[in-house]
Design a protein around this ligand. Sequence first.
Ligand code: 4NP
Length: 154
Amino acid sequence: MIRVLFVCLGNICRSPMAEAVMRDLVEQQGLSAEIKFDSAGTSSWHIDEPPHKGTQAKLREYGISTSGMCARQLTKNDFEAFDYIVGMDASNVQNIRDMLGEPDSQKIFRFLDLTSHKMDVPDPWYTGDFQETYGLAVEGCEALLELILKPSRA
Ligand code: 4NP
């Protein structure tokens, strides 16, 4: 069983988008029993809230459910509980490292560093552009699935 945690600041816009896209991709490939997902925020600001309405609407547009998703904050236990801890931007990655006390762990990395973009996922909380987030989530999730299935090629 491979366990993946997506992390952003609020856990209502970008990381739930990536989590839902990844779950959908893995279901399509028939790999649901082998790979599990969750998401968390580095902040406590939106604990127990569902994904942002913009994230929900964009995912619904692509036939992906957000039912049962609920924001939580990253905890120290997450380091042992997950094999991949994926920050949506560079500040998320720094905050994850600080909060978990893991300055060097290879299992913590920036999502789009797996793609040719090598950039932060812009935050639709500020940009309002949930289509951009969705498109980058699909690209990042495809690259992440490839990494999970063929780690030696990373
Ligand atoms: P997220 O976006 O980190 O992608 O969930 C944000 C959500 C909420 C806030 C900032 C970013 N906020 O300031 O409450």
